[in-house]
Design a binder for this molecule. Structure first.
Ligand code: SAM
Length: 227
């Protein structure tokens, strides 16, 4: 999969060189590149923002640098999905991660200030698939952290990125439920014991206990998921 990110702080994306995603890049399972939006400006101050029409607090990202940046990233790539990170988008979840993991090329557009001129989204939609996606119901200073979280959630679903593919099957949200509580050695630690059933070797009983724990935990913590 090819992944591009456009941002005024491309250095944020350095974390993608670490750990499993770093290895995935080395193994060429992912081709990632971060692009500096300011490279597509033409004035001395490399301006990317301006005041919003109609008034209001703060500055907005201008369309011209975005247009040039998107043209350059889209042109040599063919079909792509452009993801605008925004608290005003549909909220990201595991189902979306699974959908996006089937794409060939993702472009993350990271806003700053009060966001991006709407015409940039409309222009991108005239050239490619577009999704406007939020990390959750809160406001970040910029889209970089949101993009990194999405990239990690998507990329770990690609074949070969996670060493043990089975770990993707039983984790939270894989079947609409949260994961069951997990324990490792020792069996007793500071007065807290591992549940007996997990030491029993009875695989059917363990599977039943885990499913029950998943349902109870989901009911308690995220009843909305059971709808
Ligand atoms: N004025 C915007 C609004 O009220 O919707 C918020 C702008 S925010 C300060 C600047 C940028 O951070 C946004 O353009 C977006 O790219 C990013 N951002 C902030 N919160 C986000 C979230 N929850 N999910 C994804 N991106 C977010």
């Amino acid at each position: 999969m090819r992944i591009d990110a456009i941002s005024i702080f491309p250095e944020y994306f350095g974390v993608l060189d670490i750990s499993l995603l770093g290895k995935a890049q080395t193994k060429k399972l992912i081709a990632f590149e971060a692009h500096d939006l300011r490279n597509y400006t033409h004035d001395k101050h490399r301006t990317v923002d301006d005041s919003p029409y109609g008034g209001g607090a703060g500055m907005l990202m201008k369309p011209e640098p975005w247009g040039e940046a998107l043209d350059s990233v889209l042109s040599d790539a063919g079909e792509a999905t452009v993801i605008f990170t925004s608290p005003a988008g549909e909220v990201f979840n595991q189902k979306m991660a699974r959908e996006l993991a089937t794409e060939k090329h993702l472009i993350f557009a990271c806003g700053r200030y009060e966001g991006i001129d709407q015409r940039v989204v409309d222009y991108a939609a005239s050239k490619s698939n577009v999704r406007v996606i939020s990390m959750g119901d809160y406001v970040l200073n910029g889209g970089e952290v949101a993009a990194i979280a999405m990239i990690e959630a998507i990329a770990r679903l690609l074949p070969g990125v996670i060493g043990n593919a089975e770990s993707l099957v039983e984790e939270s949200h894989s079947d609409g439920l949260l994961e069951y509580p997990s324990f490792t050695k020792p069996p007793s630690w500071r007065g807290f014991d591992v549940p007996e059933v997990l030491l029993s070797g009875n695989h059917a009983a363990i599977a039943q206990w885990r499913k029950q724990q998943q349902i109870e935990r989901t009911k308690r913590v995220r009843p909305d998921l059971l709808d």
